[in-house]
Write a protein that binds this ligand. Structure first.
Ligand SMILES: [Fe+2]
Ligand SMILES: [Fe+2]
Length: 285
């Protein structure tokens, strides 16, 4: 493709960013209140109450987690207090992300539910990784992991049209699919994903980690990016929701040293990840 044609294609890809439906305002607002250490369950409840589906989700989670209670939890404030900030955050972010991720992403050879399973799998694995590595900001890592491939929502069609060329390039020059994506289209789903999250005003650290997740020169530079890249590599290696972009990854030689994971630590992470995947697979079935 000549330079002008590539520019036109890039313009079309970046124009598509404006067509992506906005992240639900209620969730964005509720997440911000949850982030504020001085906030109360009443403040969070006041926001969530405006969204009946979210309210139902949280009440359901509280009632199933605490089914031994003498009576059903029917107040949103009580449900939030019972579940705790972390679980409420996860419920909100999972519910809000699903419409973008639980769909067929044919450009990357992903059937309906594949990307959703991959994203949930990566988020679940990231929590295990965060625990084993003693990472304090597990909330940031969970959100980054759940949304790391959101760029595929926009890139799907563009990659779909050029999939054969991308695969051919990857095969000929021994590149990863993402590198070939960049070579053919002038950008990739990691860049587009970070742009989406920037437009949605997610924290800068998450925008950066998503931008970096396939690039070893970039992801090696900060802890959140390293942990996200590692969680994604592990999710793919274990075969959780893999598409055309497949198993080939560019792994920084410094990654394992910087993560300070021992062989027994890694074995434990893999074992726990399989157990987590099994319960997720039952949920998704
Ligand atoms: Fe990715
Ligand atoms: Fe991924």
């Amino acid at each position: 493709m000549d330079a002008t044609a590539l520019d036109t294609e890039l313009d079309r890809i970046f124009d598509d960013l404006t067509a992506i439906p906005a992240f639900p305002k209620t969730v964005n607002y509720a997440l911000r209140i949850l982030d504020d250490p001085g906030s109360t369950t009443t403040q969070v409840g006041r926001v969530i109450r405006f969204d009946p589906a979210l309210t139902a989700n949280i009440l359901k989670a509280a009632n199933s987690a605490y089914f031994g209670l003498p009576r059903q939890v029917s107040s949103i404030e009580t449900a939030i207090a019972l579940l705790g900030t972390r679980q409420v955050r996860e419920i909100l972010i999972i519910a809000a992300s699903r419409p973008y991720l639980d769909r067929e992403i044919y450009g990357y050879g992903m059937r309906q539910h594949d990307l959703w399973a991959h994203s949930l799998g990566c988020a679940a694995i990231s929590e295990i990784v965060a625990r084993h590595s003693g990472f304090a900001s597990s909330d940031l890592l969970f959100t980054s992991a759940l949304l790391h491939d959101i760029g595929k929502y926009v890139m799907n069609e563009h990659v779909g049209i050029r999939a054969e060329e991308i695969q051919l390039q990857a095969g000929v020059d021994a590149m990863t699919f993402t590198e070939a994506e960049w070579r053919v289209l002038g950008t990739d789903h990691a860049v587009l994903g970070s742009e989406i999250l920037r437009l949605w005003e997610f924290p800068r650290a998450i925008v950066r980690a998503v931008r970096n997740h396939h690039d070893p020169d970039l992801y090696i530079q900060d802890e959140l990016s390293r942990l996200l890249a590692f969680s994604n590599i592990l999710t793919v290696s274990l075969g959780f929701g893999v598409g055309l972009d497949g198993f080939r990854h560019r792994i920084s030689p410094e990654l394992s040293r910087k993560l300070k994971l021992t062989a027994s630590g890694l074995a434990a992470i893999i074992q726990e990840s399989f157990a987590e995947w099994q319960s997720l697979a039952t949920l998704l079935a």
